[in-house]
Design a protein around this ligand. Structure first.
Ligand SMILES: [Zn+2]
Length: 136
């Protein structure tokens, strides 16, 4: 058997890479850079963590349990989306500070963007219909 065929057979059915693996790899590189900047025992700890992440990355890539790896990636993407939307919300808060204020609905925790008018107002949530007072 040719080497190429052996290689193809070895990688057949393996999970490969996904967003979570890419994230782990980036984290690995960042930790290695951080380890170069730090001196003493902390440097070895950071290198150790980086090595563990690299091993985890290789194990995930070589895994044949595709269903489980996909589920892990789905959880990762969910968390990534939550973090991303948090930062986008904070950015928009600053960007539109002159014309809007952002408040959370006490009923359904929905984020509402309210036009900025000084004084006390009654707001009705468009999602759940809860009415509540806001002071802008
Ligand atoms: Zn609501």
């Amino acid at each position: 058997m040719k080497f190429r065929e052996k290689l193809a057979r070895f990688f057949y059915g393996r999970y490969g890479s996904d967003q979570l693996n890419n994230f782990i790899l980036i984290l690995c590189v960042l930790l290695l850079i951080a380890a170069m900047l730090v001196r003493g025992p902390a440097s070895y700890i950071i290198r150790g963590v980086s090595l563990l992440l690299l091993v985890l990355n290789i194990l995930r890539t070589m895994s044949k349990n595709v269903t489980k790896r996909r589920a892990e990636n789905a959880v990762f993407l969910k968390i990534l989306y939550a973090v991303k939307s948090f930062f986008i919300r904070q950015f928009n808060r600053i960007r539109y500070i002159k014309s809007y204020r952002y408040r959370k609905c006490p009923g359904c925790k929905n984020h509402l963007r309210l036009p900025y008018k000084k004084g006390s107002h009654t707001v009705k949530c468009p999602r759940c219909g809860t009415g509540f007072n806001v002071k802008l």
